[in-house]
Design a protein. Structure first.
Length: 160
C-alpha cells in the first residue's frame, strides 16, 4: 500500500474511521472552509479548493478502487470533501452555524442520493466516485441558499 496516497484518499486518515467514514471525511471539507473563512475572497478560494480536491479525487479514485478491490471504497473521502465545499461555497465568511447547516444539508443528499445522484454514481472510476458527491453538493447548496435568500435574516446566512 502507498501510505501517501492512502493519507490523501482518506483526507488525513479521517476516512479510516471504522464507522461513518463519509461523515468523518466531510469534516475535512469543514476544516478547509473554516480555514478559508477569514480570507478576503472566500468564495474564490473555496472554488479553487473544490477544484483541486476534485482533480485529486478523480486521479486517486482509480487507485482507491484497485487498492480496495471494489467500487467507491468507504475509506475514500475526497469526494465528500469536494461536495461539501460546493455546498458551503455560497456563504461569504461562514459562521459556525453556516458550516453546520451546510454539513447537514450535504450529508443528507449524499446519504439519500435522490435523482439523479444514484445514476451519476454508476459512472465508472475516479470520475464516478467524485461526480455523485458533487451533485449532492449542488443539492445541498440549493437547500441552504434558497431559504436564506427568501428569509433575509436566516440565522445561518452570512452572505449578502
Amino acid at each position: 500500500m502507498n501510505r501517501f496516497k492512502y493519507a490523501l484518499a482518506t483526507c488525513g486518515f479521517l476516512g479510516a474511521v471504522p464507522f461513518a467514514p463519509g461523515t468523518f471525511g466531510t469534516l475535512g471539507g469543514v476544516l478547509i472552509a473554516w480555514a478559508l473563512a477569514g480570507t478576503e475572497q472566500f468564495r474564490l478560494w473555496v472554488l479553487v479548493a473544490a477544484a483541486v480536491v476534485t482533480a485529486l479525487g478523480i486521479a486517486l479514485g482509480d487507485w482507491a478502487e484497485r487498492y480496495a478491490d471494489g467500487k467507491d471504497p468507504q475509506f475514500f473521502v475526497l469526494d465528500e470533501v469536494a461536495g461539501y465545499l460546493l455546498t458551503i461555497w455560497w456563504f461569504e465568511g461562514p459562521s459556525l452555524l453556516a458550516l453546520f447547516v451546510a454539513f447537514c444539508a450535504f450529508r443528507f443528499f449524499d446519504i439519500q442520493k435522490p435523482f439523479p445522484i444514484r445514476k451519476v454514481e454508476r459512472v465508472g472510476g475516479g470520475a464516478g466516485i467524485v461526480l455523485d458527491d458533487l451533485v449532492a453538493g449542488v443539492y445541498g447548496l440549493l437547500v441552504v441558499m434558497l431559504p436564506a435568500r427568501l428569509l433575509i435574516d436566516a440565522p445561518w446566512s452570512a452572505a449578502s
